[in-house]
Design a binder for this molecule. Structure first.
Ligand code: NDP
Length: 820
């Protein structure tokens, strides 16, 4: 080797500089050229012209060059796509599960065969690096279709008594365009549904390429339809009356709007929204690994990741050391053209996103936050390419950024920045770490770093997040559910839990609607103030109930009661007319009763057994009471009590058996899928079978560890208020079950709006169902409403079962890696 060559090798070793390593864009350019760089929608198995003929450009964020013109979907286009999906539904549903599975399998195969085209196209349309699209996005897409081919194959065996919901409208964002498509389309098709998908305005190309692949594999026309366009197209899709299911990933703001638009329509909904996920480093963590974890957490995909670890919480004693290591690592990151294989980061999606990131960073700096960016950051503003017209353009690059000494309440620490920016804070104790971690309205993911597995597994259940990664970050797999707590949305994508989002129980679909007049609204306050002793002033009045809050009987705030009438019109008692203050008190009591959620499943089972025994001991008295209240025969009343007792036994039995699983993810991980209680769960009961319906709705919620606020049958609330003594003698802790009587729909509206109620079940009229869904949008609580359909509470399929337990919980997936 000559001296010069020797020197240059030496220089390379010294600088560790990389030369350019560009991936060829040939496959993608050829594909675009084949379509003359102009696309229509994909409807009914063919590319079709947009009805209005409107189009817009999709550009490469790395240099601003135009890649193609795509169609702007109008109402008419959305109508056509939904009609195609509806038409294809019966045939797709009727296919043998094995045949459906083979279609999904073929899609997975074709994704692998066209991996290069898809990876390059994705990198061009989104600006992310080829290293990520090639090694992460596309392999995960293929994996998703293979995994769900399996669910399609096993559907009848693994989900007996369930069927696909119907036509699904799916709206996805721009950060993982093809992967989000896979997360939505694969389970929908596996469950026997057909789909209309709207990709994000910024990134429609890989969805169109995928649609073309679906033609190649012979997917029946109309099973998958893609309508491109901006937010207006998305809005037209989610408002469409022809949908049975809407699935959305994107901002919390749009998720909230979609919750409102779909309210009361009998549409199943899953929302995967924003996040501000904590990345917690304890003092015994392997700090070098943690640094690589931070790189994966916040600089993967330029930080445009809903579950990005964007809040670094470090134990004080190691904070300075970790920061030093992190700053050194930031210097070695590389950012630039997305098709350069040696790049760690590419361009952010669009000028609007770059502005948002810059604004939040500047604001944090102005508020006194220390801002660190690598020394090479200054070079990022240089022009980086030519657009189609040959004009020099700037790529939309934002450097990796660390904001330290940030106040937990500041905007940078609370708002989703959706860029390569991490804010750091310190804590002293594990309890403080948990408190800081949960100090957010979101709850998508969390990452915990410690070499102490006991500590990790102690902290993980305390974190309000749908996914917890221990000593790892941003790992995903089709076998493991992904989705949020709190304002990060509800529903899961992936795994067994994700399949339920596209299925419905057969019994639920077959229910009749309530007959007119079957549901009542109490006349309201009849002017009868509760007497000083709470016994009412009417001699004919049998008994005046109170509310039950925090384990104690409580007078209603308004001091009003309403008459409870037997079918013949005779007054059989009075019930308190609860108001919003009473609801607030009940929720407050439930919020505090965390001991019930923390109790072991065995303990909860014991209490439910005890309740069952105590009710059984007083069966005659309860039956007689029900007979007088509802006018039913004594035999029927006795049966209602008997079935109520059985139901308590049923859920007592299940309390320690409805447990989680370990997902078989292909990485070196055990992934623990743990069903967790929601926390405070509100329940509104129908009128009929007043004791049995009350027990059927509250017992599963309690069995799973929820603290319940229940509105019993407004017509016959005494069936529930008579239970107070049974509750008192059954060791149920105060606040675990709270009862507020009154007007169901009024109280339900308050409960649906309440920020501390995490989930709500409503069984009543169609209008009340719509109100609950609409009003729940504010804190994005999960709801289960009956849309005005009547259940037979005596029927074991309709009145009890695992569907109730599933609805009483949400799955947290905890990833625990193993090996050295
Ligand atoms: P949006 O929530 O607006 O976009 C997500 C998808 O919804 C896109 O397909 C969008 O269409 C569509 N959409 C927009 N408005 C409606 C509507 N009213 N009804 C139905 N669909 C609609 O996110 P943005 O792209 O505007 O990003 C804004 C912020 O959202 C980001 O800064 C980030 O904080 C967050 N975000 C979170 C994501 C996540 O994964 N959790 C993903 C993306 C963004 P179109 O693209 O044409 O606007």
């Amino acid at each position: 080797m000559s001296t010069t060559a020797d020197d240059s090798v030496r220089a390379i070793f010294a600088s560790m500089d990389y030369g350019p390593a560009p991936e060829s864009a040939e496959a993608a350019r050829a594909w675009l050229a084949r379509h003359d760089r102009v696309f229509g929608h994909f409807i009914g198995g063919a590319f079709v012209e947009p009805v209005d003929g409107e189009r817009f450009a999709t550009v490469h964020p790395g240099d601003g060059s135009t890649l193609a013109q795509v169609a702007q979907g109008s109402q008419a286009d959305v109508d056509a796509a939904v009609a195609a999906a509806q038409q294809a539904l019966p045939g797709w549903r009727a296919l043998d599960p094995g045949a459906r599975a083979r279609h999904l399998y073929a899609l997975g195969r074709h994704v692998q065969q066209h991996a290069r085209l898809l990876a390059v196209l994705e990198a061009l349309d989104n600006g992310k690096t080829i290293r990520e699209t090639r090694d992460i996005d596309v392999p995960l897409v293929a994996r998703h279709f293979y995994h769900h081919a399996g669910w399609a194959q096993l559907l009848e065996r693994e989900f007996p008594g369930y069927h696909g919901v119907g036509v699904c409208g799916q709206v996805i964002p721009w950060n993982f365009p093809l992967l989000m498509l896979a997360w939505k389309v694969a389970p929908a098709l596996a469950a026997g549904n057909t789909v209309v998908l709207k990709p994000a305005e910024f990134t429609p190309l890989t969805a169109l390429a995928f649609a073309e692949l679906s033609l190649e594999v012979g997917l029946p026309p109309g099973v998958l339809n893609v309508v491109t366009g901006d937010g207006r197209t998305g809005a037209a899709l989610v408002a469409h009356e022809g949908l049975a299911k809407v699935a959305f990933t994107g901002s919390t703001e749009v998720g909230r709007a979609i919750r409102e638009v779909t309210a009361g329509r009998g549409v199943k909904l899953s929302l995967e929204l924003g996040g501000k996920s904590p990345f917690i480093v304890f003092d015994d963590a392997d700090l070098d690994s943690a640094v690589e974890g931070v790189v994966d957490a916040i600089w993967f995909n330029q930080g445009e990741v809903c579950c990005a670890g964007s809040r670094l919480l470090v134990q004080e004693s190691v904070a300075a050391r970790l920061e030093d290591k992190l700053r050194a690592r930031m210097e070695t990151l590389r950012e630039g053209p997305s098709l350069d294989k040696a790049m760690d980061m590419g361009a952010v999606i669009a000028p609007v996103q770059l502005d948002k990131i810059s604004r939040l960073v500047e604001q944090c700096r102005a508020e006194g936050g220390r801002c660190f960016q690598p020394s090479w950051a200054a070079g990022l503003t240089a022009p980086v390419g030519d657009d189609e017209a040959g004009t020099a353009t700037r790529g939309l690059y934002f450097p990796p950024t660390l904001l330290a000494d940030v106040a937990p309440a500041s905007q940078a620490a609370q708002e989703e920045i959706f860029g390569p920016v991490i804010v750091s804070m310190t804590f002293r104790t594990p309890a403080e770490a948990v408190e800081l971690a949960n100090n957010t309205r979101y709850g998508l993911a969390a990452s915990v770093w410690t070499e102490n597995v006991n500590l990790a597994l102690d902290v993980a259940p305390q974190l309000e997040a749908g996914v917890v990664w221990i000593n790892c970050s941003n790992v995903f797999d089709a076998a493991s559910g992904f989705g949020g707590y709190r304002e990060s949305g509800f529903g899961r994508e992936g795994g067994r839990e994700g399949m339920f989002e596209y299925l419905a129980p057969d019994w639920e679909a077959a229910l009749p609607t309530y007959a007119p007049g079957e549901l009542t609204t109490p006349a309201g306050a009849d002017g009868l103030g509760l007497g000083g002793d709470g016994s009412g002033g009417d001699a004919a009045v049998d008994r005046t109930a109170k509310l039950y809050i925090g384990g104690k009987q409580a007078r209603p705030d308004g001091n009003y009661a309403y008459p409870v009438l037997a079918p013949g019109g005779a007054r059989v008692g009075q019930a308190p007319l609860g108001n919003r203050k009473d609801v607030r008190n009940a929720v407050e009591a439930a919020r505090k009763a965390v001991g019930w959620t923390r109790a072991t499943a065995h303990n909860r089972a014991q209490v439910l057994y005890y309740l069952a025994e105590n009710l059984a001991a007083r069966a005659g008295e309860f039956a007689d009471r029900l007979r007088v209240l509802t006018g039913t025969s004594l035999d029927d009343a006795a049966r209602e009590v008997e079935v109520s007792v059985e139901r308590l036994f049923f859920y007592a039995a299940y309390a320690d058996k409805y447990d989680g699983g370990v997902h078989a993810t292909p990485l070196r991980n055990v992934t623990l899928a743990m069903p967790e209680a929601w926390g405070v769960l509100a329940v509104a009961c129908p009128d009929e079978a007043p004791l049995l319906a009350f027990v059927s709705l509250t017992a599963p919620a309690l069995a799973m560890g929820n603290r319940v606020v229940a509105v019993p049958s407004p017509r016959w609330p005494l069936a529930a208020t008579d239970l107070y003594q049974v509750l008192d003698t059954s060791d149920l802790p105060g606040g675990a079950l709270n009862i507020v009587t009154g007007v169901r729909d009024e109280l339900s509206e308050v409960l649906a709006r309440h920020a501390d109620v995490a989930a709500m079940w409503y069984v009543g009229g169609a209008e009340g169902s719509a109100t609950v869904e609409r009003e729940s949008a504010d804190n994005l609580k999960a709801t289960w409403v009956n849309w005005g359909r009547r259940r037979d509470w005596f029927d074991r399929e309709q009145g009890e079962g695992r569907e109730y337990l599933r609805r009483a919980t949400r799955i947290k997936n905890i990833w625990v890696p193993y090996g050295e």
